[in-house]
Design a protein around this ligand. Structure first.
Ligand code: PAN
Ligand code: ZN
Length: 189
């Protein structure tokens, strides 16, 4: 039995107090995620492996009935014309959805079905975005400041990163003259 508790979420920084283990993702963790691997390696060499995003997960057992929740902070940046973003995943238990709430900055939630159907949902502070069951999801920072959001999902959902890691999303979100634009992913089968 878990005692009721509350955490304090800083909407401006994304920091959740009392989170013992922060997840950090650097450019070197994103090697398979970008369409232009040469620019990615050049940026790591030139800039010493910059931070792409951080996750503050509230510590809870990953089991049915629990509601896992966290904040994610995606820093502004690009690899060539592709924005900094999360790895993206399906839930291992495909019939588990999720809710995202925008806290700070500007971004896009990309969603994809197993058949390659892609949807994009813009997010700003106050946007409550719904990830329905069966949709893979990735968030992208399309602005010039950190993009921060809160997420809550079922404790037994699990994370399947492999499927997205192998093929990527069917469409890439790229900067075209300052405008976030979806283009076909040449790597997608
Ligand atoms: C989110 C994500 C978080 C980081 O909490 O896990 O934004 O993205 P990746 O997990 O794709 O690296 C979520 O969707 N949880 O299920
Ligand atoms: Zn998820």
């Amino acid at each position: 039995m878990i005692e009721p508790f509350a955490t304090q979420v800083n909407f401006g920084t994304g920091v959740i107090d009392s989170v013992p283990h922060i997840i950090t993702r650097r450019l070197s963790d994103m090697r398979r995620m970008y369409a232009d691997p040469h620019t990615l390696e050049a940026q790591i060499a030139a800039h010493g492996d910059p931070l792409v995003y951080e996750v503050y997960p509230v510590e809870l057992p990953e089991e049915a009935g629990q509601i896992l929740h966290c904040t994610t902070i995606i820093y502004p940046g690009r690899v060539n014309d592709e924005y900094y973003m999360t790895k993206g995943h399906f839930h291992s238990k495909r019939d588990c959805g999720e809710v995202y709430l925008g806290l700070s900055g500007t971004g896009m939630l990309l969603l994809q079905l197993e058949d390659g159907t892609v949807r994009a949902v813009p997010m700003t502070p106050g946007t409550s975005a719904y990830v329905p069951p069966y949709w893979a999801h990735r968030t992208v920072n399309t602005g010039n400041e950190p993009f921060i959001f809160f997420a809550a999902w079922p404790g037994d959902a699990g994370h399947d990163y492999g499927t997205i890691e192998q093929t990527g999303f069917a469409q890439l979100l790229v900067d075209r003259g300052g405008v976030p634009t979806l283009v076909p992913n040449p790597r997608y089968p």
